[in-house]
Design a protein around this ligand. Structure first.
Ligand SMILES: Nc1nc2c(ncn2[C@@H]2O[C@H](COP(=O)(O)OP(=O)(O)OP(=O)(O)O)[C@@H](O)[C@H]2O)c(=O)[nH]1
Length: 363
């Protein structure tokens, strides 16, 4: 089980990653599933018309061709769907419709048909097997069981049923092996892409968001806060006399202080807060749902917590600027700039303190 479904072992521990992976698969496989559905619909139409050349069927041609409409609708719907569950549901529905068609066409025992028509199922059924273990199991079960009514009601000989079983056993074993190796490759690709994205948006030293990513996420968060008409505050922190620490005790001591500072920031944040490393020894926190007095309290708690970090020459201190967003039109950049200005004022006032920004003029 572990060998055949390697991604299962790696995914189960992190539900977010699992959700992200199934969306990734749906994005990667969506266009292929749509194309295979269209091809299967076309192949079904061709098979029905071609079967007329072999022998007339007791089921009217129009009734057999009617299935083309739902098949086409399902294929068209798949083009606009990116949700993994819906996508695999549509693909399995397509397999089911094809099976109805195959069984309808087999009424009247058309010679040779039992070996040809089930072949229509395989492309669409095999297209969903990458999506998940259950999609795989259902698709294989549909492939194996779907054509059985045609064989049993059509009074196939025991030799024909034996041939069918061998044919299905080979098809399902092959799909299982292919799925195992493809799933491993797809998961590895997904993992590497995710790792690259994370590396590009987080700071290697502190693990905090880099400036661009902080602004990007902050912009989205600020939009949500404005829509809900809630307050929000930006804190801008800058470590004091950091150059002196580097110059006197080396960059390793400076790096250790930055890591400790980031750990304090993380320990003081609540769910929904955003923390970013904006520059060398500058950090920003976006606190949604927090007004100015509450932000002043949070800032003061932070300032005191940072003082517990000891550098070789004394406690590490920070200057903090706080800006509250009261204007729904204020951008994340403007809010950050006001918090930065307030932080500079804190530096001018003697450092190791908090200064609140003036409100912007609302015209
Ligand atoms: N060790 C280390 N130092 C860094 C890093 N990034 C920036 N710095 C240093 O941080 C120092 C910032 O110095 P300044 O901008 O002069 O500020 P400061 O010495 O803290 O003085 P004030 O901000 O006015 O209190 C510079 O010496 C940078 O080299 C880093 O990742 N690691």
């Amino acid at each position: 089980m572990h060998v055949l479904f390697p991604e299962h072992r790696q995914r189960t521990s992190d539900p977010d990653q699992r959700r992200e992976y199934s969306h990734y698969l749906a994005r990667q496989m969506g266009p292929m599933i749509h194309a295979l559905m269209l091809m299967a619909t076309l192949a079904y139409g061709v098979a029905v018309i071609a079967s007329m050349l072999i022998r007339s069927s007791p089921v009217p041609l129009l009734l057999r061709l009617t299935l083309l409409l739902p098949l086409l609708l399902v294929a068209m719907a798949a083009r606009h769907v990116w949700r993994p569950r819906v996508l695999s549901g549509l693909a399995l529905l397509c397999v089911l419709l094809l099976e109805i068609g195959i069984n309808l066409n087999s009424i009247g025992r058309l010679p040779g048909q039992p070996w040809v028509m089930p072949g229509l199922l395989l492309p669409v059924a095999s297209s969903v097997i990458w999506l998940g273990r259950w999609d795989f199991a259902i698709a294989m079960a549909l492939c194996a069981l779907g054509p059985l009514p045609m064989l049993l009601l059509g009074a196939a000989s025991s030799v024909q049923i034996f041939q069918y079983l061998v044919y299905m056993a080979i098809a399902i074993s092959l799909s299982t092996v292919l799925r195992a190796f493809m799933a491993r490759t797809l998961f590895e690709q997904f993992r590497l892409e995710r790792q690259l994205r994370e590396q590009a948006s987080t700071d290697g030293l502190t693990g905090l968001l880099l400036r661009n990513r902080f602004l990007e996420l902050g912009r989205l968060a600020l939009g949500d806060i404005c829509r809900q008409q809630k307050p929000a505050c930006m804190l801008y922190l800058d470590a004091d006399h950091f150059k002196q620490l580097n110059d006197d005790h080396g960059h390793a001591a400076g790096d250790a202080a930055l890591v400790a500072l980031a750990a304090v920031l993380r320990s003081q944040t609540r769910s929904g807060d955003l923390i970013g490393r904006i520059g060398g020894e500058e950090f920003a926190l976006l606190l949604p749902g927090i007004d100015q007095p509450q932000a002043d309290q949070r800032g003061e708690k932070l300032r005191l917590a940072v003082r517990a970090i000891l550098r070789p020459d004394g406690p590490l201190t920070v200057s903090i600027g706080i800006a509250e967003c009261r204007d729904a039109d204020e951008t994340i950049e403007a809010l950050l700039a006001r918090a930065d200005q307030a932080m500079r004022q804190a530096k001018r006032d003697g450092r190791d303190r908090i200064v609140s920004a003036a409100q912007p003029c609302i015209t």
